[in-house]
Design a protein around this ligand. Sequence first.
Ligand code: HSE
Length: 432
Amino acid sequence: MKPVNVGICGLGTVGAGTFNVLQRNLDDIARRAGRPVRITHVGARRDNPACDLTGVKVSRDIFDVVKDPDVHIVVELIGGLTVAKDLVLAAIEQGKDVVTANKALIAEFGNEIFEAAEKNNVVVAYEASVAGGIPIIKAIREGLVANHISGVAGIINGTGNFILTEMRDKGRAFEDVLAETQALGYAEADPTFDVEGIDAAHKLTILASNAFGIPLQFDKVYTEGISGMTREDVQYADELGYRIKHLGIARRTSEGVELRVHPTLIPDKRLIANVDGVMNAVLVFGDAVGPTLYYGQGAGAEATASAVIADIVDIARDIDSPGLVPHLGFSVETQNLPVLHSDDITTAYYLRILVKDEVGQMAKIAETLGNNGINMEAIIQKEAPEDEVLVPLILLTQPVKEKAMNDAIAAIEALPSVTEKVIRIRVERLDS
Ligand code: HSE
């Protein structure tokens, strides 16, 4: 069989991982693809000592890889937006198939990129952009194709999960753990993407489009990070039988689609509540199959390379008989399924309210919640820490529309006995 030639653009962590795994497993990959898959051209600003580039053409200008007539598949692993977008569009123009691990690129420019790819009869594959090595796009787009998917909930940022795990298990402070994830190479170049939820919002955008057949709509994701999480909240959640996880949630309701990323209390008996450290996990709810859970490494050189190479092999297998699945899994997208405004999202809540230790304060807060139609499920008064005059009240509520909760919190913060901002974390039972 005629070999397929691969050009890799970018030789950082994932580029080097892809190069090395492909070289190491060359024989198995060739037998699986039905033809040899060989890296013939690498574009990188500098060599990476982790890779032996003997016999491979190397260019300092990544666009030389795109222009190389011998390259069939361009693998974009440079990250970022502007140059990556130009590179991918140039490859499409040249009639080349593309593989990318770039979640920001797909979430923000995927609609335009897929349109160009379809016009030029090429494929842009992006399995590695969500949850690293977990084949979640393939699972949703192909394995679950029979199902009406009602929701997806995932721990899709390893850095954030590692920080929350270390805060809970070792009582470590936020900044200290973040510095460690940067040293381990898990955090994004700009770590605010991890801690403020942007990285997870990119990934959720891609998951939602594949689950529901809607266009990519990154700008409509309600996004909250973990930078406001404290050790107290992690500990109180624990005492109530919950874990705090940073979740990306896409849910189809009768009114529209909820797209949201935020810290979430989950009952500690759920499997996903026990996904710790840098690991990722994605729960998918299908009407036929029920809940399914996918778990694995969401980042790292070889875990991500595993997904990149899976895409390369998919394309290599299809070269003579094109018939790959549509880019977002649906041949006809649903354009008219609205994405809900955050005011209209329904969830239960954990609230921590610091209140002056005076008679009748708990009753006033309960009354304020009642006036906004909010049903309480549990309330605990904790002891005030030493030298503090404010007492923490911890509340769990029944599910309520966000607008009602915003109004209730504004009214509680206006009470003379409440002088600090109310801490709120959403609660999801994830049982159906
Ligand atoms: N910064 C990302 C994470 C890397 O921590 O999950 C993988 O996308």
